[in-house]
Design a protein around this ligand. Structure first.
Ligand code: SF4
Length: 260
């Protein structure tokens, strides 16, 4: 079946490893939820809701309250039940999470920000390819320029490796340009773990190149679907891949090891 829609995350998966894309997007094999994902989901909810408050109430204590409230909702979801073996483990995780959220205030002052949009659902037909994703935040600076921000709870990569991390945000910038007819001028990756704020200026030429890259990826995915060929690409990412135990690349290596 040909591809119907593609998200920035799945596009990134295919680019990194076609077999990973197959496990996630074609076979749809569920992945175990980790404490890191639980933190990411809950922190995103809390940060999103922080901007529902009046500017002068966007304080660390209010953000911690929002995190606790968000976790009381998230932990009731099926996927997250039983994530922690003991109450102490859950408490330690909560305290670590609040420390991360405290970092947020060292990177930006939310009282001075008036987002244009948050958790913006973007589904755009770019002419033969339909891309869908949810953008964390879009702001308009006092200079009138549009800036888009993605929150990250994972560890920030060193600066020299940061550029590939902007792949998804460039796609979001492309979707915004398509929807609003206006090009965001800056992309921001806000890592709570660091804390670090990486910024990247973008222009129409870069977004045109991104669009060409997306079209090429779309065609490559369609070809892979038609032929049923999703070659694994072993790499460092494998150490964090939840499918490693069933991955053909590692099954062959494990067989070789067993054969001695
Ligand atoms: S284990 Fe490595 S090669 Fe296999 S699917 Fe995951 S990322 Fe790809």
């Amino acid at each position: 079946m040909p591809l119907e829609t593609l998200s920035p995350s799945r596009a990134g998966d295919f680019k990194a490893c076609p077999q990973l894309f197959k496990f996630r997007a074609v076979d749809r094999i569920p992945e175990p939820v980790t404490v890191y994902q639980a933190r990411g989901t809950t922190a995103h909810l809390a940060l999103q809701r922080l901007f529902d408050l009046p500017a002068d109430e966007r304080t660390p204590d209010r953000l911690y309250d929002l995190f606790r409230q968000a976790w009381s909702e998230v932990r009731m979801q099926e996927d997250y039940r039983g994530l922690f073996e003991t109450v102490e483990d859950e408490r330690a995780w909560g305290l670590e999470s609040l420390e991360l959220l405290a970092n947020y205030f060292t990177v930006e002052n939310p009282s001075e920000i008036d987002p244009v949009d948050r958790e913006l659902d973007l589904t755009e037909d770019l002419g033969g390819i339909t891309i869908r994703g949810i953008l964390d935040r879009m702001d308009r600076l006092s200079s009138g320029e549009l800036v888009i921000t993605d929150y990250k709870t994972g560890k920030a990569p060193p600066e020299r490796y940061a550029l590939p991390a902007f792949f998804a945000l460039k796609i979001y910038a492309l979707l915004i340009r398509h929807r609003l007819g206006e090009t965001p001028t800056e992309l921001r990756l806000l890592y709570l773990n660091g804390p670090t704020l990486y910024r990247l200026s973008v222009d129409d030429l870069q977004l045109d190149a991104m669009e060409r890259q997306l079209r090429a990826l779309w065609e490559a995915i369609d070809r892979a679907l038609e032929r049923g060929q999703f070659p694994p690409r072993p790499q460092r990412l494998c150490d964090f891949c939840s499918y490693r135990d069933r991955c053909p690349a590692w099954a062959a290596a494990d067989d070789d090891r067993l054969a001695g």
